[in-house]
Design a protein around this ligand. Structure first.
Ligand code: PXP
Length: 378
């Protein structure tokens, strides 16, 4: 559920930015399915609330109200007037101070409470710092996760030990990528079981395991515990994943797979074509996330066709975010066609492999990742 921002008094801050930040906070904690309401008011408004609910007759800066109902995380009331006063004292902008207060209120809704003593105060400050750093540094731009399968493809061409996708993953992280992706295929044509086990140990960002929803793969995921699983369709004859998963046709088995992964504490994304009924079905399975298959956009043969596919992705990403799904995108993305998609604010993560590994042959992996990061972070 996207966050709602209610403006109760004239406000000098960008409401759009507050809303995007609130949406990002929910997504960052995998809470996109929860409702969050942010109320922007002035000192008179917040004083009234503070007095009425807490018998504190003064204008504070932020108040959080955790909800008692499932599906609603709660409300955060911020005095933008107070934020402006504090911004002047702290030499920051009213916009940034309001965002800091939003984070503070949000961390309270997550259950942290600095008033419970020095230990809890420290724990809360750490959480706030982490969210603040990510929110400000990333400037709400999408994450870039690099798929290192093709390093393994080269290794498997000779059946030897080099190049090692595990080493590649370390270098990709050093270059600044936000995550590592591997697809463990049933035929083990590139990534091997050993790679996934080692990656689990060395990846410091996050490890996404792409896999078919088979008994064998579910067992491996339960054992290795990647940070997230992306369920993909798999055909032995295909060169690469050719289309999205037909969640609609396989709803029962996908729902069972999602449940098994959730029971193991693993969030789930489902790789699907940008189609409304597939997105709705993905939501019904209980998955937190979808990855939009961008192949039709990437492979479009005319500008007109690409334009049409782009519009579809924008519309479907918006629809998915509106029904509470985190939206990723990937497949066929390269240095020419990614920049445009990176501007679609609902897409919070890109999964890119072939083009980056191909470029790295000529310019080195660090440069190839950094060039793509520049496009994704805009
Ligand atoms: N996302 C998924 C689910 C995939 O299966 C693939 C291909 O392995 C990618 C993203 C990356 O595609 P590409 O290698 O074309 O960038």
């Amino acid at each position: 559920m996207p966050a709602t921002v209610l403006v109760k008094s004239q406000s000098p801050v960008s409401i759009q930015r507050i809303k995007r930040s609130a949406d990002w906070l929910l997504r960052s904690q995998l809470l996109s399915h929860e409702e969050l309401t942010v109320v922007l008011t002035d000192n008179t408004g917040i004083k009234e609330i503070n007095e009425r609910w807490f018998k504190r007759p003064w204008a504070t800066n932020v108040i959080s109200f955790p909800a008692q109902e499932p599906g609603i995380i709660g409300d955060i009331v911020i005095s933008v007037e107070r934020a402006r006063e504090e911004a002047q004292e702290g030499l920051t902008t009213v916009q940034n101070r309001t965002l800091e207060l939003l984070i503070h209120g949000f961390v309270h809704l997550l259950g942290y409470d600095h008033e419970l003593g020095p230990h809890e105060e420290k724990r809360m400050a750490k959480k706030e710092f982490e969210l603040k750093r990510n929110l400000f540094r990333r400037n709400l731009m999408a994450d870039l996760c690099i798929n290192v399968d093709h390093v393994a493809t080269i290794r498997q061409a000779r059946g030897g030990v080099e190049p090692d996708p595990v080493v590649a993953a370390g270098m990709v992280e050093l270059a600044g990528a936000d995550g590592i992706v591997v697809h463990l295929r049933e035929d083990r044509r590139h990534i091997q079981d050993r790679d996934v086990r080692l990656l689990r140990q060395i990846v410091q960002t996050r490890l996404t395991l792409e896999m078919a929803a088979t008994e064998e793969m579910l067992g491996i995921a339960e054992d290795i515990k990647p940070d997230i699983v992306t369920l993909v369709p798999e055909k032995r004859q295909e060169l690469t994943t050719e289309g999205g998963l037909d969640v609609l046709g396989l709803e029962k088995s996908i729902t069972d797979a999602v449940k098994r992964l959730h029971d193991a504490g693993i969030p789930v994304s489902i790789f699907i074509d940008p189609e409304r009924d597939q997105i709705e079905a993905a939501r019904r399975t209980g998955a937190e996330c979808i990855e939009i298959h961008t192949g039709r956009y990437a492979d479009a043969e005319s500008e007109e066709a690409q334009e049409k596919e782009f519009d579809t992705i924008v519309e479907m990403a918006g629809f998915a975010a509106d029904i509470g799904l985190r939206v990723h995108a990937g497949h066929g993305l390269n240095y020419q066609n990614t920049g445009r998609l990176a501007a679609v604010s609902e897409i919070v993560e890109f999964s890119i492999g072939h083009s980056v590994i191909s470029r790295s042959v000529f310019v080195g992996i660090e440069r190839a990742v950094k060039d793509m990061l520049a496009l994704v972070k805009g």
